[in-house]
Design a protein around this ligand. Structure first.
Ligand code: NAD
Ligand code: WQD
Length: 342
């Protein structure tokens, strides 16, 4: 029987890619989104790529009554919960808004799930929960130490499943916490990708906008870190690889018996780190474009280096990142060039 998967935040960057793969894998998809950081047109393109339709519920995860209606309308097998606000700077300006949306919204969602006995959940967490880790690569046993309100919302949400899955609870939940490193790239069709409003916070959309001539130069935040060339090193992972991790985690959760408790965190990263200057140079080479940049002071709150030990996801989910940096950067540029046309 076809399984209905509820995808909160399904119109967003990662969620839209996940919807394509879920539809292609034969799942029925119900997207729940309030479009606060996305457009309904992304979902049209999702359906175009997959050549299949999905169902849309325009709704806010903070609205419990609306969530209850969604769960009574559709027989949901599992929830993939992408919906959330993700801008670190904005979270420092408006922490209550972030806690309300991310933590409050997730509690509402969990309560609505509990009400109808839907207890399989995949949650979008982030490497940001590790804070300033001392040892590289970072594995899942590294203590959580988020240091900005956005990261704290992820850390607080991660604690909830621990309590739901504590020994002696009468209900059994099956939960996967997926800690993304630095998602990058776009669907190979160039029809969906990341489309930030205003000045991009993240490196790759900024590089793409400079290459396209929408911005004059890229600020490189610091060249005096203890890294190979002094600029920050991160583990960039193709969004398609990230999505394949969700499908494997979903399979795993669906295999676990409903009476069994399952709660596990998984790092999703490639295990390789690249510096900002390597990103710029590779982007220029792969796409035959120029990316002017200027060295600027360090950005506050940045770590020098961060990359994943993803061996747990490999061993337990059979997951591995397949796409390399060149593919991420080519797909990111393809999307940048095409998005004004779609
Ligand atoms: P995104 O902003 O593109 O997508 C989030 C989606 O959630 C948007 O469509 C938005 O409209 C929706 N949304 C937000 N609040 C909502 C609410 N209250 N009710 C209903 N819908 C709501 O972000 P993304 O990059 O696709 O990220 C998806 C998830 O992954 C987020 O939870 C984010 O924190 C997490 N994450 C992202 C990154 C990254 O760098 N992109 C890294 C680690 C973790
Ligand atoms: C990468 C590198 C910057 C922009 C952030 C969030 C994290 C997660 C992913 C959601 C760093 C440098 C950047 C620019 C630059 N999101 N940089 N010029 O900081 O690793 O993580 O996104 O969970 O929570 O904090 O990613 O892309 O912002 O930065 O030099 O204009 O690029 O200093 O070294 P980061 P990023």
């Amino acid at each position: 029987m076809t399984k209905n998967i509820l995808v909160t935040g399904g119109a967003g960057y990662i969620g839209s890619h996940a919807c394509v793969s879920l539809l292609q894998a034969g799942y029925q998809v119900v997207v729940l989104d309030n479009f606060c950081n996305s457009q309904p047109s992304a979902l049209e393109r999702v359906q175009q790529i997959a050549d299949k339709s999905l169902l849309l519920e325009q709704c806010d995860i903070r609205d419990r009554a609306a969530l209850d209606k969604v769960f009574s309308k559709h027989a949901i097998s599992a929830v993939i919960h992408f919906a959330g606000l993700k801008a670190v700077g904005e979270s420092c300006q408006q922490p209550l808004f972030y806690y309300e949306n991310n933590v409050g919204g997730t509690i509402n969602l969990l309560q609505a799930m509990q009400q109808v006995d839907v207890r399989r959940l995949i949650f979008s967490s982030s490497a940001t929960v590790y804070g300033f880790p001392e040892n590289m690569p970072v594995n899942e046993a590294t203590p959580l130490a988020a240091y900005n309100p956005y990261g704290q919302t992820k850390q607080v949400i991660e604690q909830i499943p621990g309590d739901l899955c504590a020994p002696g609870m009468t209900e059994s939940w099956q939960i996967a916490l997926l800690r993304y490193f630095n998602p990058a790239g776009a669907h190979e069709s160039g029809l969906i990708g990341e489309d930030p409003n205003g000045i991009p916070n993240n490196l790759l959309p900024y590089i793409a906008q400079v290459a396209a001539g929408h911005r004059e130069w890229l600020p490189v935040f610091g060249d005096d870190y203890a890294t190979l060339d002094g600029t920050g090193v991160r583990d960039y992972i193709h969004v398609q690889d990230l999505v394949s991790g969700h499908l494997l985690a979903l399979q795993k959760l669906l295999q676990v018996d409903a009476s069994e408790v399952f709660c596990r965190a998984y790092n999703l990263g490639t295990g390789k780190g690249y510096s900002v200057l390597e990103m710029i140079k590779t982007f220029e080479q792969v796409n035959n474009v120029s990316v002017p940049y200027r060295i600027m002071p360090r950005r506050s709150g940045d770590v020098a280096s961060c990359w994943a030990d993803a061996s747990r996801a490999r061993e337990e989910l059979g997951w591995e990142a397949k796409k390399d940096l060149r593919e991420m950067l080519a797909d990111s540029w393809h999307w940048q060039c095409k998005k004004t046309l779609v």
